[in-house]
Design a protein around this ligand. Structure first.
Ligand SMILES: [Zn+2]
Length: 101
């Protein structure tokens, strides 16, 4: 498996952290564009869709670098926010899931 550390700063500086904000419910979907593909995160659950999270975070209580990148981006005010209507939520999710699978 590739080593994925050291990517947090490059993700943040390339504006790879995006917040998809659905209105009026204020539902939030976070995505992080890594080197190879895009991952879906839920900050409330501390969840990320990447393999690193699956293999390391759940067993060892470690955060993957995507979760770290989101927190760093929030801290630095580098979050790119994209607004959607709630009616777009379902098609957004199914497109996202297809991307990831
Ligand atoms: Zn991750």
């Amino acid at each position: 498996m590739k080593k994925e550390t050291g990517n947090v700063e490059s993700i943040v500086s390339s504006n790879g952290v995006k917040l998809h904000l659905f209105e009026p419910s204020n539902r939030k979907i976070w995505t992080v564009v890594g080197k190879d593909n895009e991952h879906w995160l839920d900050l409330d659950l501390g969840y990320c869709s990447c393999a690193d999270y699956y293999y390391n975070a759940m067993e060892k209580g470690r955060q993957c670098y995507h979760l770290q990148a989101v927190q760093a981006a929030i801290g630095q005010g580098k979050v790119e926010t994209v607004k959607f209507q709630d009616s777009e939520f379902e098609s957004f999710i199914s497109a996202l899931v297809q991307d990831i699978m």
